[in-house]
Design a protein around this ligand. Structure first.
Ligand code: CUA
Length: 180
């Protein structure tokens, strides 16, 4: 692995040296700034227009679905309510939606609706598996509840971590959810 990375770095460096040599060799006939300025400004305008269209287009495509619905409009089978506050995540309810009974753990393979809010300041909720891989995340905002949906595919202890800097206790703002 380390040898592969070394070879890649060496090859990349040689390519950059070759491109640099070619650029130096091909720019002997330098033109005065005033001569190339109109062309450069034109390119800059075109680039600005391209970026504006790309950004506005992707914003339109991604934001028009808000609020995001459950995957394939499936009905969630379980519901979890989580409140963030300085500096802890409180799981205030875990409910089986079939009979509205509280549960101590979530089953694997069931679609879970996670309701997220915050009591004091903005936090960010991230849910990680035991391998430290992030599964889902969203903002936790006072007065603006959010919903995310997730199906846990394996039993285990899942970690709820704060993902937005919220003060001195931010690094220890962790909790867990059990899936069985
Ligand atoms: Cu809560 Cu960082």
């Amino acid at each position: 692995m380390a040898i592969n990375a070394g070879i890649l770095t060496l090859v990349g460096t040689l390519i950059i040296i070759a491109i640099t040599k070619w650029l130096i060799g091909s720019t002997r006939d330098s033109a005065p700034g005033e001569a190339v300025a109109p062309k450069i400004y034109g390119m800059r305008k075109a680039y600005f227009a391209f970026l504006s269209i790309a950004i506005l287009g992707s914003l339109f495509a991604s934001l028009r679905g808000l609020p995001y619905s459950p995957p394939h409009n499936a009905e969630p089978a379980y519901q979890v309510a989580v409140t963030g506050k300085m500096w802890m995540w409180e799981v205030t309810a875990m409910t089986n939606l079939a009979d509205h009974t509280p549960v101590a753990a979530l089953p694997q393979g069931a679609l879970v609706e996670i309701q997220v809010t915050a009591e004091d300041v903005n936090h960010g909720i991230g849910i990680y598996n035991e391998a430290g891989e992030i599964l889902t995340q969203t903002q936790a905002m006072p007065g603006h509840p959010s919903k995310i949906y997730h199906t846990f595919t394996a039993p285990g202890t899942y970690h709820i971590v704060c993902m937005e800097y919220c003060g001195a206790g931010h690094p220890v703002m962790n909790s867990v959810i059990t899936v069985e």
